[in-house]
Design a protein around this ligand. Structure first.
Ligand SMILES: *Cc1c(COP(=O)(O)O)cnc(C)c1O
Length: 424
């Protein structure tokens, strides 16, 4: 919209901030659009600076499972802010949030708070390397673990291979220890372990891959991953930055009944404030400084506002009806799929808990190679026409749609009505 305030802000922003945004995908490049500048979020709705309202299926990329500005979360933040925003000394809510997290996930016996998911994964990797005395890391192609150097490796081929950096600025040497395997492929993973098992410190994985759209683990896959790590003495790190408190209150590990050695968190755990965390077996976590010798620190870690927001969020989620939300999402997705099929476009919509991803593809999506086959042009058409009708979807064919407890039946119906009007 050439005359919109969003457009004017974007022009200004591009002169001051690289690409006009503080995180790349927000720029809406992938969908041939400009970003909306947001003035307000309330429940399942966003209002942009031009005063237009949207039904939000991005939810800040995951954190806002309760919807925006939940009154209890807002009150907790306000109450905390009035007592000062940072002390650089321990506060009671750090203990309470650690207690809430360890109670929700039995595999997490101790936990350390950080400020982002990126910090959580880089710290967990450091710990795994220290615990095992090994240096190699295995990650799955298409899984995202934040922007720390060792995780930014692209695949050379669909088979397990040595990595090349996925971005300039990451030296070859930094990703030389990152080994890749396709998601959902136990044979390929077994080959990686057979070749490098004695050198592998950890395997890090999104138990449900939610950064290449939404790719669900196949039957027995996570069990196989667990068994391989155990067999070769590598630590299994579940990156639950998205799935933690979303796949189930106890995360994907509760839903699938798998016990990782370490778990990373972010997004929901901060209730919309910048928080991450990593935790796991006490015998490993005791290696973290100052109890142990593995250095890890943060000026704002355990920040009182962030702890209050996270705690208020988890306190509500603990008794939230996840099953009811999932039923609503499944019904919504079934109707959306029928509408799109009726228009003659190829469509798959994998769904889990409160996540869904429309892939414009005729084939089931089980790994990154499948994801890459989806028709991005059809997605862009869909995205633009939905946004024009007030439906705010993630601006990329490779991002998961998020639903919150604040989405109403009316929100779902309006979204389906909008989908009915899309012309491909
Ligand atoms: C978002 C995300 C991260 C990175 O978290 P940031 O807070 O953006 O640094 C890491 N892992 C997964 C699975 C994520 O979805």
């Amino acid at each position: 919209m050439p005359n919109s305030l969003s457009h004017q802000y974007f022009i200004q922003a591009q002169a001051l901030i690289p690409g006009g945004v503080n995180s790349p995908v927000r720029a809406c490049h992938n969908v041939d659009s400009e970003p909306l500048f947001i003035r307000k979020g309330e429940g399942a709705h966003l209002t942009d600076v031009d005063g237009r309202e949207y039904i939000d299926f991005v939810l800040s990329w995951g954190p806002m499972l309760l919807g925006h500005a939940h009154p209890a979360v807002t009150a907790a933040i306000q109450e905390a802010a009035a007592r000062g925003t940072s002390y650089g000394a321990p506060c009671a809510d750090e203990v309470a949030l650690a207690e809430a997290v360890t109670a929700a996930l039995p595999s997490v016996e101790m936990v350390r708070m950080v400020n982002s998911g990126t910090e959580a994964t880089m710290s967990a990797l450091r710990l795994a390397r220290a615990v095992t005395g090994r240096s190699k890391l295995v990650k799955c192609i298409g899984c995202y673990h934040g922007h720390a150097d060792p995780f930014l490796a692209a695949a050379g081929s669909g088979l397990a291979t040595f990595s090349i950096p996925g971005t300039p600025g990451v030296p070859d040497a930094v990703v030389a220890d990152t080994l890749l395997a396709p998601y959902n492929d136990l044979d390929a993973l077994e080959a990686v372990f057979a070749a490098h098992g004695e050198e592998i410190a950890a395997l890090i994985i999104e138990p449900v891959a939610a950064n290449m759209g939404l790719v669900l683990p196949g039957e027995g896959y996570l069990e196989g991953v667990r068994a391989l790590c155990t067999k070769y003495g590598a630590l299994l790190i579940f990156d639950e930055v998205i799935t933690g408190f979303r796949a189930a209150f106890g995360g994907a590990q509760a839903r699938f009944g798998i016990t990782p050695d370490l778990t990373t968190f972010g997004k929901i755990i901060g209730g919309g404030l910048p928080v991450g965390a990593f935790g796991g077996k006490a015998e490993y976590m005791r290696r973290i400084a100052p109890q142990g010798d593995v250095y890890q620190a943060g000026t704002l870690s355990g920040n009182p506002l962030a702890m209050a927001a996270g705690l208020a969020t988890l306190n509500i989620l603990r008794t939230a009806d996840y099953a009811a939300l999932e039923r609503k999402v499944r019904a919504f997705v079934a109707e959306l799929k029928a509408i799109l099929e009726g228009k003659g476009v190829p469509i798959q919509i994998p769904t889990l808990a409160s996540m869904f991803c429309p892939y414009f593809s005729a084939e089931p999506v089980t790994c990154f190679a499948d994801v890459a086959k989806a028709d991005a042009a059809l997605f862009t058409t869909f995205y633009k026409q939905m946004r024009a009708q007030g439906i705010y979807l993630a601006p990329s064919a490779f991002e998961t749609g998020m639903v919150s407890f604040a989405h109403s039946d009316d929100d779902f119906q309006r979204t389906l009505d909008a989908a009915r009007k899309v012309r491909f």
